[in-house]
Design a protein around this ligand. Structure first.
Ligand code: AMP
Ligand code: ZN
Ligand code: ZN
Length: 395
C-alpha cells in the first residue's frame, strides 16, 4: 500500500518530479518586432529576469485556430486537422469554421493531443482561460478548470489575470500546474488599424501593463518562486491594402471550381478535369502562387490532410486573393518565413536561464517545452525539445 501511495504521489507531481507551475500567455497577433516598435517595460523586465527569443516561427497557415492548436499539440496544422480558421471537409461535405460554434465545438475535428489532455492523463491538473480547444471535449477531456468561450459576457482581461492568480491560490492538491491564458489582442487592433498604428501601440502598451500586473500578483503568492511564465503569440500581422488584391473570378470560371474556402491560403477543390487549367491560369498572375496540394513547398509542412483543397493558392505576404478585398488594414496567414508572421517569445521563472536570448525556434516546440516544465511524458509530435532546451537552466 505504501508503494502504491508513493507511485500515485509521484505521478501527481509529474513523471520527472518537476513541482513548478507554468503559465503560458498568448497575446493574439503579437508580432515579433512589436517590442522594438512600442513601449513594453514589463516584457523587457521579463527578458532581464529570464529569456527571450528573437522570434518564434508559427506554423502554416499563420492564423489563430491552426496555431493555437499547434501550440497546444506540438503538431503542424496539416497533422492536427485544424488546417485553417475555416475549411471544407471533403470527407463529410461539411464546412468547419471557427466562427460557427456547431462545428467549432465538435471534438471530431481536433486530432492529436492537447497538452492539457497529456497532463491530465498523467494525473497533473491544468487550468485554462479561452485557449483554442480548451472548452471542447477533445479525447473526452477538458482542463481541470476552464472557461467557455461562448458564455457571454466574456471575462475582462483584468479578470482573466485574477482567475489565473486565484487558481494558484488553491490548496496544493487542487492547484493546476499548467495554466494557459488567452487574450484576443493586439490581433483585433492589428486587423482594424494595421500593425503600425497608434491604436496597436496603445493596445501593446495596455497588454504590457497587464503582464506587469500578472508579474506583481505572482510575486505576492506563497508559490511565487515556483512559477514559470511564458508570453508568446500565435502569429504576426502585416499591412494589407485593396491595391494588392487578385480577384479570383477575373481568372477562374465558376465551372472550374467545386469549392473555394479560406484566405491566406485559399483551398480550391477543383472540378473534375480542371485542375491543370486552374494551376496554369493562376501561376501566370504575379504575387500569388498556386500549388498542387502534394507539391507544396516542404518548408510549409502542408498538403496531406483531406481538409486541404487539391489546389492551394498562397498570396505573397501582404497580398490577397479571393472574391473581394478585406476592408481591414492588417492580415496574417502567410508563409511563416515572412518576418511579419513571426511572434515574440518571453519567459522567466525557476526553470529558465536569466538574461538569455535565443535566436529562435518553431512553435511546434512549445508542446515538448511545456511537457518538460510539468515533468510529464510528452506524446510524439512534430516538435523538438532540443531546439528549446537552451532556454532552460541545466538541472
Ligand atoms: P483570426 O481571424 O485568425 O484573427 O482569429 C482571431 C479570433 O479568433 C479572435 O478575435 C477570437 O474571436 C477568435 N478566437 C480566439 N480564441 C477562440 C476560442 N477559444 N474560441 C472561439 N473563438 C476564438
Ligand atoms: Zn490570431
Ligand atoms: Zn487575426
Amino acid at each position: 500500500l505504501l508503494i502504491l501511495c508513493f507511485v500515485v504521489a509521484s505521478v501527481a507531481k509529474g513523471a520527472t518530479g518537476n513541482e513548478n507551475y507554468t503559465i503560458i500567455v498568448s497575446l493574439d497577433g503579437f508580432r515579433w518586432d512589436y517590442p522594438t516598435m512600442y513601449s513594453i517595460p514589463n516584457l523587457q523586465l521579463m527578458a532581464h529576469l529570464g529569456v527571450r527569443a528573437v522570434s518564434m516561427k508559427p506554423s502554416y497557415p499563420a492564423s489563430t485556430f491552426p496555431n493555437h492548436y499547434t501550440l497546444a499539440t506540438g503538431l503542424v496544422p496539416d497533422h492536427h486537422g485544424i488546417v485553417n480558421n475555416s475549411f471544407w471537409d471533403k470527407k463529410t461535405g461539411i464546412r468547419y469554421s471557427m466562427g460557427d460554434s456547431a462545428t467549432r465545438n465538435n471534438p471530431s475535428y481536433y486530432l492529436g493531443e492537447p497538452i492539457w489532455v497529456t497532463a491530465q492523463k498523467q494525473g497533473v491538473k491544468t487550468g485554462n482561460v479561452y485557449w483554442v480547444g480548451s472548452d471542447i471535449a477533445i479525447k473526452n477531456t477538458h482542463p481541470t478548470y476552464y472557461k467557455i468561450y461562448d458564455q457571454k459576457p466574456m471575462i475582462s482581461f483584468e479578470a482573466r489575470v485574477d482567475t489565473v492568480i486565484s487558481w494558484l491560490r488553491m490548496k496544493s492538491e487542487d492547484r493546476p500546474r499548467l495554466i494557459m491564458l488567452y487574450f484576443d489582442e493586439p490581433d483585433a487592433k492589428g486587423h482594424h488599424f494595421g500593425p503600425r498604428s497608434p491604436e496597436v501601440a496603445k493596445e501593446v502598451h495596455r497588454l504590457d501593463s497587464l503582464i506587469g500586473d500578472l508579474m506583481k500578483k505572482i510575486k505576492q503568492l506563497p508559490v511565487a518562486s515556483q512559477v514559470n511564465v511564458i508570453v508568446t503569440a500565435d502569429h504576426g500581422m502585416t499591412e494589407i491594402s485593396p491595391d494588392r488584391f487578385v480577384k479570383m473570378e477575373n481568372y477562374l470560371p465558376a465551372r472550374w471550381i467545386d469549392k473555394a474556402d479560406g484566405a491566406n491560403p485559399t483551398s480550391l477543390f477543383t472540378h473534375n478535369g480542371y485542375r491543370d487549367s486552374v494551376l496554369i491560369t493562376l501561376n501566370k498572375i504575379p504575387h500569388i502562387k498556386a500549388y498542387k496540394k502534394e507539391e507544396m513547398p516542404a518548408s510549409l509542412h502542408y498538403g496531406t490532410s483531406d481538409r486541404i483543397g487539391d489546389v492551394v493558392v498562397c498570396p505573397d505576404c501582404g497580398w490577397q486573393f479571393g472574391s473581394k478585398p478585406s476592408t481591414n488594414k492588417g492580415a496574417h496567414g502567410y508563409d511563416p518565413d515572412a518576418p511579419d508572421m513571426q511572434v515574440a517569445f518571453y519567459a522567466y521563472g525557476p526553470d529558465f536561464k536569466k538574461g538569455y536570448v535565443s535566436q529562435g525556434f518553431v512553435n511546434v516546440d512549445v508542446y515538448p517545452l511545456l511537457a518538460y516544465l510539468m515533468g510529464i511524458t510528452p506524446e510524439k509530435t512534430d516538435g523538438d525539445f532540443d531546439r528549446v532546451k537552451d532556454l532552460l537552466k541545466s538541472k
